[in-house]
Design a protein around this ligand. Structure first.
Ligand code: HEM
Length: 143
């Protein structure tokens, strides 16, 4: 059972990070587009964010199950560090994408500003996920 939960946990980690790499070529292609084409590309972007969000929920639930089933103490340093980074990235993810797309749809920012901002948000988010992945795989004993 424990191995199965680890499998689900790793699978959801893949689905939390993977879709972001598809977003770079998509953002590149958005540069010279407008109207219907740009609109459908933004929809693909939003769908990817949704997958990441759902996978993130499975990641947390399976992580909690692993703590319980594996008798890991909650004071384990690499778990605490992952949770700290995760809480900050949840706050970040809430502000990173949706409000920017809304601003564009409301005409507050133009498409090139939108693409630039989404691009930097995607990079920051990947960085946060890679930090968490490092803590999970290396399991450093910090205290
Ligand atoms: C609430 C948050 C989380 C908790 C409580 C949690 C808990 C755990 C635990 C207890 C293990 C150890 C399994 C074992 O080796 O027996 C583990 C493994 C793993 N976790 Fe998490 N996790 C969390 C979030 C994450 C996140 C955000 C990621 C990826 C970005 C992640 C990726 C992994 C991976 C890849 C492994 C397998 C590492 C290995 O076995 O060497 N976890 N997790």
């Amino acid at each position: 059972m424990y191995e199965f939960i680890v499998f689900i946990h790793v699978l959801s980690a893949i689905l939390s990070i993977g879709p972001f790499f598809v977003l770079f070529p998509l953002l590149n292609r958005m540069h010279d587009k407008s109207g219907e084409v740009l609109h459908s590309q933004i929809e693909v972007f939003q769908a990817s964010i949704r997958i990441v969000k759902h996978a993130g929920h499975v990641l947390v639930v399976s992580g909690v199950l692993l703590m319980w089933q594996g008798n890991w103490p909650w004071s384990t340093s690499w778990v605490v560090m992952t949770i700290v980074v995760m809480i900050s990235s949840i706050v970040f993810l809430a502000k990173a994408f949706k409000p920017k797309i809304r601003q564009f749809q409301a005409g507050v920012i133009d498409s090139s500003t939108l693409i630039k901002r989404l691009n930097s948000s995607v990079w920051q988010y990947i960085l946060l996920l890679l930090i968490m992945l490092w803590f999970m795989v290396v399991k450093p004993n910090l205290w």
